[in-house]
Design a protein around this ligand. Structure first.
Ligand code: HEM
Ligand code: HEM
Length: 464
């Protein structure tokens, strides 16, 4: 055994490995956040200034899918995976089992992201199937990376040093299983024509957000919020209720993306009914977190990490309730095909998912690395992201309402473009603030980097 292997076989050494792995995931994710949202900003600018940056690699049709795939798979998924590995290890009171697999997963996911940007930039795509544009061989690599992580995560939980599987791990393991199912169903060549493809498209889109990002974030919150507040979760039972009711309702609502489409009317009605049912897990989850934080407001006020997380929890309740309202036919007739949906997706993916991730990173990473940025630096990130994100969501939602009312009134299409155009400028200003806040986050992350590993001889002395 080499000296460094010996050092790593001590408990302290293993912990160093886990810390570095978790940190590597978050650094990679943040780099993709900056890249992905820079592409989003370019796409946004092009909507009101189409002559800008007239290169084919930067055309709207290419920058849009690069933006969505990079922020969904590069940023959100990688960051959540990094934090989830940490939560799995801590809540199971054991070191990660064979972290080399999770490290291989990280390398594979980074390779996939590089290939995704290159192929989509040159126009190589599976076609106009939202979020399924990535070529199949690249997605196969992505799936192998997912399986590597699943192996480490599952085996760690199986070897836990505590009798019960903590509720966080129910959500995280569930998310792994659902993502694997969604990727297989979304990419299998069957039913990929005509109406079958539409139904699969709805299933893929909504289950990716509902059965991957949402349970990952909620599962981690069940660990992070009590840890950051220094008190137990309000109700374990509410957490379990939200878990099972989400499985019941979330998996059947994909068709609400295709209200008034040729998809069978009863399938659409089922999706609307189950979208209403979603209020059970959403408000059970939100209520549980809110009641956990109740009585700790003086602590919340002093800690931007908890503020990030609680704003994210509010983002979950607001965006999901908004989604249920959008699913009704009477509302969908105004909002479908409009920018209102883009407002909803950013309220959810940014106001909920990204804000919670920032809460996790600021709240948990300094605990394992022993250092972090000042409250002023975190506050600077918070206010830029909060004001920029709010400006984005409000302006683009107004644009959607103006477009919808114009179409329902039977006006010409160009009248709706003229009505919405000023809002696209406001969205870009908000988007610029968001991208700037991500650079601030990158700098803050650097302040949380793990300390250099002491030479093996010093570690042996320290553990003797
Ligand atoms: C109760 C929960 C939710 C319901 C009922 C719901 C409902 C909807 C509906 C009806 C649409 C389609 C609007 C249209 O095209 O007319 C939609 C779109 C979308 N939702 Fe939700 N939503 C919910 C929660 C969420 C959450 C938590 C996320 C993210 C984590 C999310 C992300 C998205 C995204 C990204 C889209 C845009 C999809 C596209 O590109 O067309 N939603 N949602
Ligand atoms: C973590 C950050 C972000 C995430 C997760 C995210 C996610 C998404 C998603 C899921 C969509 C598809 C929406 C739909 O079809 O309804 C989208 C579209 C878009 N996003 Fe983002 N986004 C982020 C940040 C940004 C930023 C900072 C900008 C800059 C302005 C931006 C600009 C856009 C644009 C222009 C579109 C296309 C909208 C359209 O087709 O009309 N996004 N984004």
């Amino acid at each position: 055994m080499s000296q460094s292997d010996q050092a790593h076989s001590t408990r302290a050494g293993l912990e160093v490995g886990t810390k570095r792995l978790v940190f590597a995931y978050i650094v990679s994710a943040t780099a993709w956040l900056v890249v992905g949202t820079a592409y989003g900003l370019i796409a946004a600018i092009k909507l009101y200034w189409p002559e800008a940056m007239e290169y084919s690699v930067l055309s709207f049709g290419r920058t849009r899918p690069i933006h969505t795939n990079v922020v969904l798979l590069g940023w959100s998924s990688m960051a959540l995976m990094g934090v989830a590995l940490y939560v799995i290890s801590r809540s199971s009171k054991t070191s990660l089992y064979r972290p080399g697999f999770a490290r291989a997963g990280l390398i594979l996911w980074n390779i996939c992201m590089v290939l995704t940007v290159i192929t989509l930039s040159v126009g190589l795509t599976r076609g106009p199937q939202e979020y399924r544009e990535i070529l199949t061989p690249i997605m196969v690599l992505y799936a192998i990376g997912l399986l590597c992580n699943f192996y480490t995560a599952y085996q760690t939980i199986a070897r836990r040093k505590v009798p019960e599987v903590y509720v966080s791990n129910w959500y995280i393991m569930g998310a792994f299983c659902w993502l694997a199912t969604i990727v297989v169903i979304g990419y299998l060549p069957f039913y990929q024509n005509g109406m079958g493809n539409i139904v699969i498209q709805g299933y893929f889109m909504h289950n990716a957000v509902g059965m991957w990002f949402t349970p990952m974030v909620l599962g981690i919150t069940y660990y992070a919020l009590p840890r950051m507040l220094g008190k137990p979760i309000y109700s374990y039972a509410l957490g379990v209720l939200a878990f099972w009711t989400a499985i019941l309702f979330y998996t059947l609502i994909g068709a609400h993306h295709f209200i008034f489409s040729p998809v069978a009317w009863w399938i659409q009605t089922t999706a609307i009914l189950f979208s209403v049912g979603m209020m059970v897990p959403v408000w059970a989850g939100f209520g549980n977190f809110f009641l956990t934080a109740r009585g700790s407001w003086s602590r919340v006020r002093r800690d931007y990490a908890i503020i990030f997380l609680l704003v994210g929890v509010w983002g979950y309740a607001l965006s999901s309730t908004q989604g249920t309202i959008e699913a009704f036919r009477s509302a969908n007739i105004y909002w479908h095909f409009t920018n209102f949906t883009v407002g909803h997706s950013h309220l959810a993916m940014y106001g909920f998912v990204a804000f919670c991730i920032w809460g996790f990173v600021y709240g948990l990473i300094p605990k394992i690395t022993g250092r972090g940025p000042s409250q002023a630096a975190i506050g600077f990130h918070f206010w830029l992201a909060f004001l920029g994100g709010s400006l984005y969501v409000v302006s683009i939602s107004i644009a959607g309402i103006l477009q919808g009312t114009s179409w329902v009134a039977g006006e010409s299409f160009i009248a709706s473009v003229d009505a919405a155009a000023p809002m696209w400028l406001w969205r870009s200003i908000g988007g610029f603030m968001m991208v700037f806040s991500h650079i601030v986050f990158l700098v803050n992350l650097w302040a949380m980097r793990p300390l250099p590993v002491p030479p093996a001889s010093e570690m042996v002395e320290a553990t003797a």
